[in-house]
Design a protein around this ligand. Sequence first.
Ligand code: ATP
Ligand code: MG
Length: 131
Amino acid sequence: MIKPDAVSNGHTGAILDDIIKGGFNIVALKYIRLTEDTAGQFYAVHSERPFYKDLVSFMSSGPIVAAILEKDNAVEDFRKLIGATDPSKADVGTIRNKYANSIEANAVHGSDSDENAQIEGSFFFTAFERF
Ligand code: ATP
Ligand code: MG
């Protein structure tokens, strides 16, 4: 997912370019705005964390781009491409290093396991919307 900060700062095209050049195949793509309710469902795993309320409010603050990406070793390779959660700790050249502003407004989301990638893909896309 490209988060609201990166979309509103005009980085959508550059981030998609980095993703494609990183060897990922885009299987599905969607430009939408989450509500507080849907953002809360997406990040339900973090509901007990102190930053949850702010995170839900941030994630519903503007449009996002959701994508399903395909690659060998995709979860690990995507996390390498995006860099550390806190952009000040993200390696030079990673997406968060280049386009993120803070640990909350950190430009992109990546699934943390194949299992969660399936769940998150189904959250945004029906079978009909993938190819
Ligand atoms: P993501 O799941 O979005 O790819 P991540 O796996 O690197 O990010 P998580 O620990 O899953 O990090 O946290 C989910 C999101 O919650 C982060 O991307 C960030 O937007 C926000 N977040 C995490 N830690 C903090 C924090 N300490 N303060 C504010 N927001 C935070
Ligand atoms: Mg995570």
